[in-house]
Ligand binder design. Structure first.
Ligand code: PEP
Ligand code: MG
Length: 888
């Protein structure tokens, strides 16, 4: 195998092997754009290194060969004393992991070659500044020296000279700083800073490999669901310098606004600066448009290149570039991250420009982004006290208590507080705190600062670069225009406008929700651009999707909302929800009944109430299927808490105040108490042991359907039996149900077509699906219980107990209660689909567990051939979109 590729050898399709950065550098090179020459070491080499602890045997020679070729192209040798070739060694994985892994610049400088660089550039200051940067970066990332030590030494040098920015330090001071830095390396790392350029390069390559497995990189991957075994590529690239004076600089650019999708000139530029200075937000940048004044030739060339890139990639690109003495160089491009709203707008703009088709547009957005657009926003009419304004870096409306460090953010959020993490600027060590916070606020850095980039990726609200805010992390407070905000004070931040408020600002629904609710019309002339884009994308999705989307809803109000959101029926009506509140007492009567007569009376009281519920539901869903599930949960859920009741009875006893009812209740609670209620008397088992319960429910459904028909309605009820493990259970219930239905048909004179089916939510049901299909007209996979029983995880307990440890250890990347476990639970679903259809080819198949609204799971259900997914009303648009994406 080949472990090293020259930039001229790769292309953008090779991201697995060359990483995103390497693949795109190659693509740009082959497009003829000005990319400094270099080569990429593959992710395969990284994997070998990480698995075996050593680089592959062939790597050294391959690197030597590519280095020689590079030296030939550049006409100078790495670290050559009188005129050194310098290189950067940069990480670059398949998926972008901003700031998570290492990069070392200026490799090749040494005590000798720094002189050569000074002579060649005619700039002493520049040469020594580059050398001190190398020792600093190399010391920190390769040799593991605490970066603060270098920062402190730099700060001290600035203090001594009474200057505020590093560009004001002259060559002599930087030279002193180099000596100081070398001392720090020696004492902290126990070795000298290596003078041999090739040794520098090899150590840096290994450090980049190793950085794949730092804690913060692992955490980021779990967050972003990036597999842990991909490894990173390493790019060795000849250096170009943005810090050679005012005719040099470095910047970032977007071909469109990543926040709105608008076309135009977006980006930041920093004169006389190198590499990561822009992203790190160390000095203040100027808007990219200002480059036109600073260096018109480079600006025009950059605009040209941006157009080339956008037409070539057919998408928003972001770019890193450097200008070295008036010569423009492209250091990186990639399809850029964008806000959720911009994703929808850009996708439709690109369709209008004829760059992509509708199927491709669907792939450019996703359900998570749509879900984000459905978040509420701040109420514009609310009375507010504005503290300041920063850059709108990642949209949303976030309210929380001010905290000034990640540790507090995590601690407070664990105890249920909502927090806003406020920092001068964030760095990769803040990742945990950013995850824990509702939103992030920084006083420095632009749209491409760490805080902005990472928050956008996470879908977290972020305002950055709010320069009026003086953030004092040591004293845990911020001051702005005479206001002091202490730790714990509530602030509100608006990631769509950049505004920062004191106190809690009320929120209003998003326009996208208003649109789904039918209160805003996409066709109106003044309709929001975003709403128009969402409307179009949803129409594409609905046109191509095969999966139907139903709602889990138990009352008319939810059903009507679901319908507005596009539900094509109800996939799960949990009737137990209809027995709560005032009706609980009636259920109590049923459970306490000693005689048939008492029980029948209790059921008789419940029947009309149930019937009314169903009439309302069928009316709300007129013309669409409504799957009503018979009672499922353990009966004791309808009874008082055992401890409370015991205390009440004991107190009454001590007052010699007997309450006959409480005593009977307590006995019943004891009798029905189960150690493991989830595996106890529930579901179909209730129907089999409590005479009349299920038949009462079936009668209520049938009579409600008959009444709707008489009222010229179109009820389409389906009766669903929960927690079936064997076909025998189903057969018994089915027979009784059929008798009741026949009876209702006879007495009302209305013909009812009521389908009878079952949930598949126990492993045994899935394993014997072929038999169960004999007695079922439909299956609905209850993936909540199926996950619980297949894994043996209590669905009510484990997420709060050991799941965090499981996630940390990487046993799974996401809870199997959230995203379907394809290999285990999913295998049962797949097999049960096949077995069920083999028995009954027209078997209707759906899913009504929480997974029905989870984007990744929807793709799985599409693939295994279900007919529909059912989810909570709010997730219906997401399910529609993902079903469309799965089919296109
Ligand atoms: C399920 O188990 O997946 C299901 C939908 O039923 P419930 O959540 O009500 O147990
Ligand atoms: Mg269930």
């Amino acid at each position: 195998v080949k472990f090293v590729y020259d930039f001229t050898e790769g292309n953008k399709e090779l991201k697995d092997l060359l990483g995103g950065k390497g693949a795109n550098l190659a693509e740009m090179t082959n497009l003829g754009l000005p990319v400094p020459p270099g080569f990429t070491i593959t992710t395969e080499a990284c994997k070998v290194y990480l698995d075996s602890g050593d680089e592959p045997a062939a790597l050294r020679d391959e690197v030597s060969a590519h280095l020689s070729a590079l030296e030939k192209t550049m006409g100078k040798k790495l670290g050559q004393a009188d005129d050194p070739l310098l290189v950067s060694v940069r990480s670059g994985a398949k998926f972008s992991m901003p700031g998570m892994m290492d990069t070392v610049l200026n490799i090749g400088l040494s005590d000798k070659s720094v002189q050569g660089l000074a002579k060649q550039s005619g700039d002493d200051r520049f040469a020594w500044d580059s050398y001190r940067r190398l020792i600093q970066m190399f010391g920190k990332t390769v040799l593991g020296v605490d970066g603060e030590l270098f920062e402190d030494a730099l700060d001290k040098a600035k203090e001594t000279k009474k200057v505020t920015v590093d560009t004001d330090l002259d060559a002599a001071e930087l030279k002193k700083l180099v000596t100081k830095f070398k001392k720090i390396v020696k004492s902290e790392a126990g070795r000298d800073f290596p003078q041999d350029p090739r040794e520098q390069m090899d150590l840096a390559i290994h450090a980049v490999f190793d950085s794949w497995n730092t804690d913060r990189a692992k955490l980021y991957r779990r967050q972003e669901r990036i597999p842990g075994d991909l490894g990173t590529a390493v790019n060795v690239c000849s250096m170009v310098f943005g810090n050679l004076g005012p005719d040099s600089g470095t910047g970032v650019a977007f071909t469109r606004d990543p926040a709105s999708g608008q076309q135009g000139v977006y980006g930041d530029y920093l004169q006389n600066a190198q590499g990561e200075d822009v992203v790190a937000g160390i000095r203040n940048t100027v808007p990219l448009a200002d480059l036109e004044q600073i260096d018109k030739k480079s600006y025009d060339q950059l605009m040209q290149i941006m157009e080339t890139l956008e037409t070539h990639y057919k998408d928003l690109c972001d770019i890193e570039f450097t200008i070295e003495r008036g010569q423009l160089w492209m250091l990186q491009t990639r399809v850029g991250k964008r806000t959720a709203g911009a994703a929808f707008r850009i996708a439709t703009q690109l369709v209008d420009q004829g760059l992509i088709d509708e199927a491709e547009a669907l792939q450019r957005v996703n359900g998570a982004q749509l879900a984000q657009l459905m978040f509420p926003r701040f109420d514009e009419d609310a009375k507010v006290e504005q503290l300041g304004r920063g850059i709108a870096a990642s949209p949303g409306a976030a309210v929380g208590k001010a905290v000034f460090d990640s540790y507090t953010a995590i601690k407070w959020s664990r105890s249920g507080e909502k927090v806003i993490l406020i920092r001068r600027e964030t760095n990769p060590d803040d990742l945990d705190g950013m995850i824990a916070a509702e939103g992030i606020l920084t006083s420095r850095g632009g749209k491409t600062s760490h805080a902005a980039v990472v928050a956008r990726g996470m879908g977290k609200t972020c305002v950055c670069g709010a320069e009026d805010l003086e953030v004092d992390t040591k004293r845990r407070r911020l001051t702005v225009n005479g206001h002091v905000v202490e730790e714990g004070d509530v602030v509100s931040i608006d990631g769509s406008t950049g505004k920062v408020y004191l106190g809690e600002v009320p929120v209003v629904p998003s326009p996208v929700v208003e649109y789904f609710e039918g209160r805003m019309h996409a066709g109106a002339d003044d309709a929001d651009e975003l709403v128009k884009a969402v409307h179009r994308i949803m129409a594409y999705a609905d046109r191509v999707r095969r999966l139907r989307v139903r709602a889990n809803a138990d009352n008319a109000e939810d059903a009507l909302r679901a319908r507005r959101f596009g539900a094509q029926g109800i996939g799960l009506c949990r009737t137990e929800h209809m027995f709560l509140g005032e009706r609980r007492e009636l259920v109590e009567h049923l459970i306490l009944a000693d005689t048939d007569e008492e029980r029948e009376n209790a059921l008789k009281e419940l029947l009309p109430l149930q019937k009314r519920d169903f009439i309302e539901l069928f009316e709300a869903m007129d013309g669409l299927p409504v799957t009503v599930r018979l009672l499922d949960p353990p009966l004791h859920e309808f009874l008082p808490d055992i401890t409370e009741l015991s205390v009440r009875v004991a107190l009454a006893e001590s007052r010699k105040d007997h309450n006959e009812n409480d005593l009977r209740l307590l006995q019943a609670v004891h009798r029905l108490h189960e150690q493991n209620p989830m595996l106890g008397l529930r579901g179909v088992r209730l129907g089999l042991v409590i005479p009349g319960l299920f038949t009462m429910q079936v009668r209520a459904i049938a009579e409600a359907a008959a009444e709707r028909k008489n009222a010229k309605g179109d009820p389409r009820a389906e009766i669903m039996i929960p927690l079936v493990g064997t076909v025998q259970e189903l057969e018994i219930v089915r027979e009784e149900a059929e008798q009741v239905i026949a009876d209702v048909e006879r007495t009302t004179g209305v013909a009812l077509k009521l389908a009878l089916g079952t949930m598949i939510e126990l492993p045994r049901a899935a394993l014997t699906a072929g038999q169960i299909a004999e007695a079922a007209e439909f299956f609905s996979f209850g993936t909540n219980d199926l996950t619980q029983t297949v894994w043996g995880f209590s669905r009510d307990d484990v997420e709060a107990s050991f799941f965090t440890a499981y996630l940390e250890k990487g046993i799974f990347g996401v809870s199997p209660f959230e995203t379907i476990d394809k290999d285990g639970v999913g295998k049962l679903v797949r097999d049960a689909v096949a077995a069920g259809r083999a028995t009954r080819p027209d078997l209707k198949l759906g899913v009504c567990g929480e997974h029905g609204g989870d984007p990744e799971s929807v793709h799985f259900f599409h693939e295994v051939g279900l007919d529909y997914v059912s989810c909570s009303p709010f997730r219906i648009p997401v399910a529609r979109l993902e079903a469309g994406r799965a089919a296109s």
